[in-house]
Design a protein. Structure first.
Length: 134
């Protein structure tokens, strides 16, 4: 499972025509999610593809579905939570900051790696940005 998503990421990095390939893969992924809307692997794949080649709001929706469909504190849940907060930080930084404040209260070390440190880094970044706007 993780290798298929990692393989997708590697292929996108290595392919000079990644935008064209990504758009084609997104079209196929949208067909898959229409047929299997609650399959975690398909939701995650669609979330990655929508984020990179499609609709950011759909990516956010898919990551939220992945988050709610996995055990709290687990690897996939943390990955989904990070992506939710990262996408939200682009459109609603104060909302993302509020979620990260809550996350820190529940998970003082932010969770398992590699997402613990990425969640913490995003939190620090959003706090600094919020402090700079005061």
């Amino acid at each position: 499972y993780q290798t298929s998503v990692a393989g997708y990421a590697l292929a996108m990095e290595e392919n000079e025509n990644s935008s064209e390939v990504g758009t084609d893969v997104l079209r196929i992924a949208r067909l898959l999610i229409a047929a299997y809307p609650k399959t975690n692997r398909i939701l995650e794949l669609n979330a990655l593809l929508e984020k990179n080649f499609g609709d950011q709001s759909l990516a956010l929706s898919h990551w939220r579905a992945v988050s709610s469909g996995n055990s709290k504190g687990g690897h996939q849940w943390l990955q989904a939570r990070y992506n939710v907060m990262q996408l939200l930080s682009m459109t609603d930084p104060s909302g993302a900051l509020a979620l990260l404040d809550q996350h820190e209260l529940l998970y003082p070390n932010y969770g398992l790696e590699p997402y613990g440190s990425t969640l913490k880094a995003l939190h620090v970044q959003l706090k600094a940005s919020a402090d700079g706007h005061k």
